[in-house]
Design a protein around this ligand. Structure first.
Ligand code: CTP
Ligand code: CA
Length: 231
């Protein structure tokens, strides 16, 4: 286990992190997206770098400066995010913090949609499913990272929903976020860390503290032989 000075605990480890929302175009000036400040993902990337990891940060559009030292890959759509993640493999650990849009408009117009005038019909938007990036990476036969960590924002039955997600997406851990309160876009998070055989509720703390604690746990786990090993 890690003790004292942790700097260098993740030396030689490649971490792939997604953060922020995705944007799914409807036409050149309109898009469908999710709420996401990117703050938790960027803090995790930063905490991993501080432990010596080499970090690829694949990020949707946010108003943050990428952490110094990150290999930064800006993207917009879920499909671009998946492609960038696949190109960044192999990685030892994948942390999927991005708020990926579950659906995208079935068709993106190449020209701006125009209002047709009073009394005309309003346009209908057909949605189709986006790829699930976490699920795709976690199910890779070749190149599956040793440790795959998903996030889950839940408003109710937090542990139950998160455990189901862990199984469905073949993750090793799910960081379940209780968003019933006021954490969305805020400075703090209240999380339950779900592992395959147990879970832990962490006290409410700043997103930077969540990031540091998580980075330390990742270092301990990879150092002890991966998610299959007992801590
Ligand atoms: N995720 C992803 N690609 C998607 C959707 C989600 O990589 N197309 C990832 C997120 O980054 C997160 C995890 O999957 O790590 C869970 O996302 P969440 O939205 O909570 O779960 P969903 O499976 O999309 O289910 P729902 O939104 O219905 O709760
Ligand atoms: Ca979702």
């Amino acid at each position: 286990a890690l003790q004292g000075n942790n700097a260098g605990a993740l030396k030689g480890v490649h971490a792939l992190v997604t953060a922020g929302p995705t944007r799914e175009p409807l036409d050149p000036v309109r898009f469908l997206s999710n709420h996401s400040s990117g703050r938790q993902g960027y803090a995790i990337a930063d905490a991993l770098i501080k432990l010596g990891a080499s970090v690829t940060l694949v990020s949707g559009p946010v108003a943050l400066t990428p952490p110094a030292g990150a290999d930064f890959v800006p993207v917009e759509t879920a499909r671009q995010m998946l492609k960038a993640c696949e190109e960044a493999l192999p990685a030892d650990v994948f942390i999927s913090v991005a708020a990926v849009a579950d659906w995208r408009p079935a068709r993106a117009a190449t020209k701006k949609l125009k209002i047709k005038g009073a009394g005309s019909e309003h346009p209908a938007m057909e949605l189709i499913e986006n790829p699930d990036i976490l699920k795709t990476i976690a199910h890779k036969r070749k190149n599956r990272p040793d440790l795959v960590i998903g996030f889950a924002a839940e408003t109710h039955d937090v542990e139950e929903h998160a455990e189901a997600k862990l199984a469905r997406k073949n993750c090793d851990w799910i960081v379940a976020n209780d968003v019933s309160g006021d954490v969305m876009g805020g400075a703090e998070n209240e999380i339950v860390l779900i592992m395959r055989d147990r879970s832990e509720r962490w006290p409410r703390m700043g997103k930077e503290d969540v990031a540091r604690q998580l980075a330390t746990r990742i270092a301990v786990t990879l150092g002890d032989g991966g998610a299959g090993a007992k801590l």
